[in-house]
Design a protein around this ligand. Sequence first.
Ligand code: AMP
Length: 282
Amino acid sequence: MLLFKKVADLQSWLDSQRAKGDKIGFAPTMGALHDGHLELIRMAKRDGCLAVASIFVNPTQFNDPKDLEKYPRLPEKDAALLLGAHCDALFMPPVEEVYPPGIELTIELDFRQLDKVMEGVFRPGHFKGMATVVKRLLDIVQPQQLYMGQKDFQQLSIVRDMIRQLQLPVELVMCPTVREADGLAMSSRNMRLTPEMRTIAPVIHKTLQWAKKELEARPATEIGAEAMQRLSEAGLQPEYFDIVDGISLLPVARWAGSDFIVACTAAFAGEVRLIDNLVLKG
Ligand code: AMP
Protein backbone atom coordinates (compact mmCIF):
# COMPACT_ATOMS: atom_id res chain seq x y z
CA MET A 1 0.00 0.00 0.00
CA LEU A 2 1.29 3.44 -0.91
CA LEU A 3 0.94 6.38 1.45
CA PHE A 4 0.45 9.89 0.09
CA LYS A 5 0.32 13.18 1.97
CA LYS A 6 0.49 15.60 -0.95
CA VAL A 7 -2.21 16.10 -3.60
CA ALA A 8 0.36 16.37 -6.43
CA ASP A 9 2.05 13.07 -5.51
CA LEU A 10 -1.26 11.21 -5.25
CA GLN A 11 -2.48 12.65 -8.54
CA SER A 12 0.63 11.73 -10.50
CA TRP A 13 0.41 8.14 -9.22
CA LEU A 14 -3.34 8.00 -10.00
CA ASP A 15 -2.66 9.31 -13.53
CA SER A 16 -0.17 6.51 -14.14
CA GLN A 17 -2.64 3.89 -12.85
CA ARG A 18 -5.48 5.29 -14.97
CA ALA A 19 -3.19 5.19 -18.02
CA LYS A 20 -2.86 1.44 -17.41
CA GLY A 21 -6.66 1.17 -17.48
CA ASP A 22 -7.26 0.83 -13.75
CA LYS A 23 -10.64 1.81 -12.32
CA ILE A 24 -10.38 3.88 -9.11
CA GLY A 25 -12.66 3.11 -6.13
CA PHE A 26 -12.50 5.71 -3.37
CA ALA A 27 -13.54 5.54 0.30
CA PRO A 28 -13.21 8.80 2.24
CA THR A 29 -12.94 8.39 6.03
CA MET A 30 -11.99 10.30 9.15
CA GLY A 31 -9.85 7.44 10.47
CA ALA A 32 -10.04 5.44 13.72
CA LEU A 33 -10.97 2.67 11.36
CA HIS A 34 -13.13 -0.36 12.08
CA ASP A 35 -14.63 -3.19 10.08
CA GLY A 36 -17.32 -0.91 8.60
CA HIS A 37 -14.65 1.22 6.94
CA LEU A 38 -12.71 -1.84 5.80
CA GLU A 39 -15.86 -3.22 4.19
CA LEU A 40 -15.85 -0.17 1.87
CA ILE A 41 -12.33 -1.15 0.76
CA ARG A 42 -13.30 -4.81 0.37
CA MET A 43 -16.30 -3.81 -1.77
CA ALA A 44 -14.08 -1.65 -3.99
CA LYS A 45 -11.67 -4.56 -4.46
CA ARG A 46 -14.54 -6.98 -5.17
CA ASP A 47 -15.72 -4.52 -7.85
CA GLY A 48 -12.30 -4.78 -9.48
CA CYS A 49 -11.18 -1.29 -8.48
CA LEU A 50 -7.87 0.02 -7.33
CA ALA A 51 -8.88 0.93 -3.76
CA VAL A 52 -7.96 4.37 -2.47
CA ALA A 53 -8.82 5.40 1.10
CA SER A 54 -8.43 8.83 2.62
CA ILE A 55 -8.11 9.71 6.28
CA PHE A 56 -8.88 13.34 6.97
CA VAL A 57 -10.58 14.65 10.10
CA ASN A 58 -12.36 17.51 8.39
CA PRO A 59 -12.52 20.50 10.74
CA THR A 60 -15.31 22.22 8.79
CA GLN A 61 -17.91 19.53 9.51
CA PHE A 62 -17.62 19.69 13.30
CA ASN A 63 -20.07 22.19 14.77
CA ASP A 64 -18.79 21.38 18.28
CA PRO A 65 -15.05 22.15 18.76
CA LYS A 66 -14.89 19.66 21.68
CA ASP A 67 -16.14 16.90 19.38
CA LEU A 68 -13.36 17.72 16.88
CA GLU A 69 -10.72 17.75 19.61
CA LYS A 70 -11.88 14.41 21.03
CA TYR A 71 -12.21 12.67 17.68
CA PRO A 72 -9.92 9.60 17.89
CA ARG A 73 -6.74 9.69 15.79
CA LEU A 74 -4.82 6.42 15.28
CA PRO A 75 -2.89 6.75 12.00
CA GLU A 76 -0.43 3.83 12.43
CA LYS A 77 -3.14 1.35 13.45
CA ASP A 78 -5.36 2.59 10.59
CA ALA A 79 -2.59 2.09 8.03
CA ALA A 80 -2.04 -1.49 9.27
CA LEU A 81 -5.77 -2.26 9.02
CA LEU A 82 -5.98 -0.87 5.49
CA LEU A 83 -2.97 -2.90 4.45
CA GLY A 84 -4.71 -6.03 5.80
CA ALA A 85 -7.79 -5.18 3.71
CA HIS A 86 -5.61 -4.94 0.56
CA CYS A 87 -6.10 -1.22 0.15
CA ASP A 88 -3.86 0.06 -2.66
CA ALA A 89 -3.29 3.64 -1.55
CA LEU A 90 -3.90 5.77 1.52
CA PHE A 91 -4.20 9.54 1.22
CA MET A 92 -3.58 11.27 4.54
CA PRO A 93 -3.29 14.97 3.77
CA PRO A 94 -2.60 17.83 6.16
CA VAL A 95 -5.32 20.52 6.32
CA GLU A 96 -3.46 22.92 3.99
CA GLU A 97 -3.40 20.31 1.18
CA VAL A 98 -7.18 19.96 1.33
CA TYR A 99 -7.87 23.66 1.89
CA PRO A 100 -4.98 25.57 0.24
CA PRO A 101 -4.70 29.06 1.75
CA GLY A 102 -6.44 31.77 -0.23
CA ILE A 103 -8.57 29.41 -2.31
CA GLU A 104 -12.32 29.45 -1.68
CA LEU A 105 -13.62 25.88 -1.87
CA THR A 106 -16.92 26.02 0.03
CA ILE A 107 -19.74 24.69 -2.09
CA GLU A 108 -23.02 26.55 -2.04
CA LEU A 109 -25.60 24.03 -3.18
CA ASP A 110 -29.25 24.05 -2.20
CA PHE A 111 -30.02 20.61 -0.79
CA ARG A 112 -33.59 21.68 -0.08
CA GLN A 113 -34.95 19.79 2.95
CA LEU A 114 -32.24 17.11 2.79
CA ASP A 115 -29.75 18.97 4.99
CA LYS A 116 -32.36 20.63 7.19
CA VAL A 117 -34.05 17.66 8.84
CA MET A 118 -32.71 15.22 11.47
CA GLU A 119 -28.90 15.72 11.71
CA GLY A 120 -29.39 19.13 10.08
CA VAL A 121 -31.44 20.29 13.08
CA PHE A 122 -28.89 19.17 15.68
CA ARG A 123 -25.61 19.77 13.80
CA PRO A 124 -25.98 23.11 12.01
CA GLY A 125 -23.39 23.55 9.23
CA HIS A 126 -22.30 19.91 9.40
CA PHE A 127 -23.54 18.90 5.95
CA LYS A 128 -22.16 22.00 4.23
CA GLY A 129 -18.72 21.08 5.64
CA MET A 130 -19.18 17.43 4.71
CA ALA A 131 -20.31 18.17 1.14
CA THR A 132 -17.43 20.62 0.67
CA VAL A 133 -14.78 18.10 1.71
CA VAL A 134 -16.33 15.24 -0.29
CA LYS A 135 -16.42 17.46 -3.40
CA ARG A 136 -12.82 18.56 -2.83
CA LEU A 137 -11.67 14.94 -2.32
CA LEU A 138 -13.57 13.84 -5.44
CA ASP A 139 -11.85 16.61 -7.43
CA ILE A 140 -8.48 15.38 -6.16
CA VAL A 141 -8.98 11.61 -6.58
CA GLN A 142 -11.42 11.59 -9.54
CA PRO A 143 -12.62 8.05 -8.83
CA GLN A 144 -15.08 6.14 -11.01
CA GLN A 145 -16.73 4.68 -7.90
CA LEU A 146 -17.32 6.33 -4.52
CA TYR A 147 -17.93 3.95 -1.57
CA MET A 148 -19.94 5.24 1.40
CA GLY A 149 -21.79 3.60 4.28
CA GLN A 150 -25.52 3.34 4.87
CA LYS A 151 -24.68 4.01 8.54
CA ASP A 152 -24.68 7.73 7.60
CA PHE A 153 -27.92 7.56 5.65
CA GLN A 154 -28.56 11.31 5.47
CA GLN A 155 -24.97 11.97 4.41
CA LEU A 156 -25.40 9.47 1.60
CA SER A 157 -28.63 11.18 0.45
CA ILE A 158 -26.88 14.55 0.34
CA VAL A 159 -23.82 13.24 -1.52
CA ARG A 160 -26.16 11.54 -4.02
CA ASP A 161 -27.96 14.86 -4.51
CA MET A 162 -24.66 16.72 -4.93
CA ILE A 163 -23.49 14.23 -7.58
CA ARG A 164 -26.80 14.72 -9.41
CA GLN A 165 -26.78 18.53 -9.16
CA LEU A 166 -23.15 18.88 -10.30
CA GLN A 167 -23.37 15.99 -12.77
CA LEU A 168 -20.18 14.53 -11.32
CA PRO A 169 -18.81 11.56 -13.30
CA VAL A 170 -18.80 9.14 -10.36
CA GLU A 171 -21.01 6.26 -9.26
CA LEU A 172 -22.03 6.22 -5.61
CA VAL A 173 -21.96 2.73 -4.09
CA MET A 174 -23.72 2.17 -0.76
CA CYS A 175 -22.22 -0.25 1.73
CA PRO A 176 -24.68 -1.82 4.25
CA THR A 177 -24.07 -0.95 7.91
CA VAL A 178 -21.58 -3.28 9.59
CA ARG A 179 -22.59 -4.08 13.18
CA GLU A 180 -21.11 -5.59 16.33
CA ALA A 181 -22.52 -9.00 17.35
CA ASP A 182 -25.03 -7.30 19.67
CA GLY A 183 -26.33 -5.02 16.92
CA LEU A 184 -24.49 -1.80 17.77
CA ALA A 185 -23.49 -0.09 14.53
CA MET A 186 -19.71 0.10 14.30
CA SER A 187 -18.47 3.66 14.74
CA SER A 188 -15.16 5.35 15.49
CA ARG A 189 -16.96 6.95 18.43
CA ASN A 190 -17.75 3.59 20.09
CA MET A 191 -14.25 3.43 21.58
CA ARG A 192 -15.14 6.47 23.70
CA LEU A 193 -18.14 4.72 25.32
CA THR A 194 -17.83 3.90 29.01
CA PRO A 195 -18.28 0.17 29.82
CA GLU A 196 -21.76 0.96 31.15
CA MET A 197 -22.78 2.90 28.04
CA ARG A 198 -21.33 0.19 25.80
CA THR A 199 -23.76 -2.31 27.36
CA ILE A 200 -26.70 0.07 26.95
CA ALA A 201 -25.97 1.33 23.39
CA PRO A 202 -27.28 -1.77 21.50
CA VAL A 203 -30.77 -0.65 22.54
CA ILE A 204 -30.56 1.75 19.58
CA HIS A 205 -30.58 -1.07 17.05
CA LYS A 206 -33.16 -3.01 19.09
CA THR A 207 -35.46 0.01 19.06
CA LEU A 208 -35.06 0.41 15.29
CA GLN A 209 -36.00 -3.26 14.85
CA TRP A 210 -38.96 -2.80 17.18
CA ALA A 211 -40.14 0.16 15.04
CA LYS A 212 -39.94 -1.99 11.93
CA LYS A 213 -42.38 -4.50 13.43
CA GLU A 214 -44.74 -1.81 14.73
CA LEU A 215 -45.04 0.31 11.59
CA GLU A 216 -47.43 -1.98 9.75
CA ALA A 217 -50.01 -1.51 12.50
CA ARG A 218 -49.53 1.99 13.96
CA PRO A 219 -48.97 5.61 12.87
CA ALA A 220 -45.33 6.65 12.57
CA THR A 221 -45.60 9.60 14.99
CA GLU A 222 -46.81 7.28 17.75
CA ILE A 223 -43.92 4.88 17.11
CA GLY A 224 -41.39 7.73 17.00
CA ALA A 225 -42.58 9.07 20.35
CA GLU A 226 -42.54 5.64 21.97
CA ALA A 227 -39.09 4.88 20.53
CA MET A 228 -37.75 8.13 22.10
CA GLN A 229 -39.22 7.01 25.41
CA ARG A 230 -37.66 3.53 25.12
CA LEU A 231 -34.24 5.03 24.42
CA SER A 232 -34.55 7.44 27.39
CA GLU A 233 -35.73 4.69 29.74
CA ALA A 234 -32.71 2.58 28.75
CA GLY A 235 -30.41 5.41 29.89
CA LEU A 236 -29.66 7.24 26.62
CA GLN A 237 -30.50 10.83 25.69
CA PRO A 238 -32.17 10.61 22.29
CA GLU A 239 -32.25 13.68 20.02
CA TYR A 240 -34.62 12.38 17.38
CA PHE A 241 -36.21 9.20 16.11
CA ASP A 242 -37.74 9.98 12.72
CA ILE A 243 -39.53 7.72 10.28
CA VAL A 244 -38.94 9.19 6.84
CA ASP A 245 -39.18 8.61 3.13
CA GLY A 246 -35.82 7.17 2.01
CA ILE A 247 -35.48 9.63 -0.89
CA SER A 248 -37.00 12.93 0.29
CA LEU A 249 -36.20 12.37 4.01
CA LEU A 250 -39.61 13.87 4.79
CA PRO A 251 -41.75 12.27 7.51
CA VAL A 252 -43.92 9.33 6.51
CA ALA A 253 -47.18 8.97 8.43
CA ARG A 254 -47.78 5.26 8.01
CA TRP A 255 -46.72 2.01 6.29
CA ALA A 256 -48.68 2.76 3.11
CA GLY A 257 -47.19 6.30 2.91
CA SER A 258 -44.12 5.34 0.83
CA ASP A 259 -42.40 2.40 -0.88
CA PHE A 260 -39.09 3.23 0.80
CA ILE A 261 -39.22 3.98 4.51
CA VAL A 262 -36.25 4.47 6.82
CA ALA A 263 -36.10 5.07 10.57
CA CYS A 264 -33.20 7.33 11.57
CA THR A 265 -32.10 8.17 15.08
CA ALA A 266 -29.41 9.97 17.10
CA ALA A 267 -28.83 9.58 20.82
CA PHE A 268 -26.20 10.48 23.36
CA ALA A 269 -24.74 7.54 25.28
CA GLY A 270 -23.14 9.54 28.08
CA GLU A 271 -20.90 12.04 26.26
CA VAL A 272 -20.82 10.12 22.99
CA ARG A 273 -23.28 10.95 20.25
CA LEU A 274 -24.34 7.89 18.23
CA ILE A 275 -26.42 7.69 15.06
CA ASP A 276 -28.07 4.72 13.38
CA ASN A 277 -30.86 3.87 10.95
CA LEU A 278 -32.79 0.93 9.58
CA VAL A 279 -34.70 0.48 6.35
CA LEU A 280 -38.24 -0.40 7.46
CA LYS A 281 -39.66 -0.89 3.98
CA GLY A 282 -38.21 -1.09 0.49
P1 AMP B 1 -16.36 8.23 9.00
O1 AMP B 1 -14.92 7.88 9.16
O2 AMP B 1 -17.18 7.99 10.22
O3 AMP B 1 -16.56 9.59 8.38
O4 AMP B 1 -16.94 7.20 7.93
C1 AMP B 1 -16.33 7.03 6.68
C2 AMP B 1 -17.22 6.17 5.81
O5 AMP B 1 -17.41 4.89 6.45
C3 AMP B 1 -18.62 6.76 5.61
O6 AMP B 1 -19.03 6.52 4.27
C4 AMP B 1 -19.44 5.98 6.59
O7 AMP B 1 -20.80 5.91 6.26
C5 AMP B 1 -18.79 4.61 6.53
N1 AMP B 1 -19.09 3.85 7.74
C6 AMP B 1 -18.91 4.25 9.03
N2 AMP B 1 -19.35 3.32 9.88
C7 AMP B 1 -19.83 2.30 9.13
C8 AMP B 1 -20.43 1.03 9.42
N3 AMP B 1 -20.64 0.63 10.66
N4 AMP B 1 -20.79 0.24 8.39
C9 AMP B 1 -20.59 0.64 7.10
N5 AMP B 1 -20.02 1.81 6.75
C10 AMP B 1 -19.65 2.64 7.75
